[in-house]
Design a protein around this ligand. Structure first.
Ligand code: HEM
Length: 231
């Protein structure tokens, strides 16, 4: 890849993407907090929602925990507990399990949305586009596991070195992964694109739901057994 393009995409784009992400998140929370919801489609059709939703959400949550710890833990810190080879084996195993779970889940959710007429008619084009984008991103992530498994330990370690150079504003960050596979690069660029559009999509519910859950009010939990006994 051309040096200029490589630098643009892997040294500067991460910062552009995160700036747009935080700008969008803050302005949306301040300007229109009432619009922050995932607009659940469960009331339109329950079929596939439970399986698809659970597989996707548990899978993607673990994948994100894996990305965060895997990319941002400095080498000398994780070396206190394991070698780079062990860390790679762990990433391949956990990444495969949870990556495939997220992929299967989102595929079920996409099929459900397209096959059910009521659901299809109530879906905006951007709802379907977002699911397809996530499907492609997760698919590329899974393919990248095969590349990780087949390449050298140094090449795997460089992914973490790159991410840590990015967050510490090192101007040579992009150079670290210049020679890496196109699959990784596509995965990273699409991932950064997802961060850029994140504030303007349903994905915003990820940030507000966990907080809103703990501060919710006005709900009354009625347990059937308890109600029967007390009446
Ligand atoms: C810019 C942000 C991102 C970066 C730098 C990144 C980086 C990576 C890397 C290096 C791998 C390979 C790990 C390995 O082989 O062990 C990977 C795998 C994966 N990525 Fe990403 N990724 C990003 C965003 C995303 C997003 C937004 C999603 C999903 C919506 C995603 C889903 C996956 C999945 C499912 C895998 C395979 C399972 C795993 O290894 O956890 N990634 N990613």
């Amino acid at each position: 890849m051309d040096n200029f393009i490589n630098n643009l995409l892997f040294t500067y784009l991460p910062h552009i993407s995160m700036t747009l992400f935080w700008f969008g998140v803050i302005t949306r929370i301040v300007k229109s907090p009432q619009s922050l919801q995932a607009e659940s489609s469960q009331f339109l059709s329950k079929k596939g929602q439970r399986w698809g939703g659970n597989l996707f959400h548990y899978g993607i949550l673990m994948v994100f925990i894996g990305h965060f710890t895997g990319l941002f833990t400095p080498e000398n810190l994780y070396h206190m507990m394991m070698t780079t080879a062990t860390k790679r084996a762990l990433a391949i195993t956990m990444g495969s399990i949870f990556g495939v779970s997220a992929f299967a889940g989102i595929l079920i959710l996409l099929i459900r949305r397209l096959k059910n007429k009521r659901l299809r008619l109530n879906s905006k084009p951007q709802d379907i586009l977002l699911i397809v984008l996530l499907l492609v991103e997760i698919g590329l992530g899974i393919v990248s596991i095969f590349i990780t498994a087949g390449s050298s330990i140094e090449s795997y370690a460089e992914l973490g070195i790159w991410a840590q150079k990015v967050i510490t504003f090192q101007p040579d960050a992009g150079a670290v992964i210049a020679g890496h596979s196109l699959i990784y690069k596509l995965h990273i660029v699409i991932g950064l694109f997802i961060f850029m559009i994140f504030p303007y999509t349903k994905l915003m519910h990820m940030l507000v739901m966990p907080v809103a859950y703990f501060f919710r009010s006005g709900y009354q939990l009625v347990r059937r057994g308890f109600t029967k006994r007390s009446t």
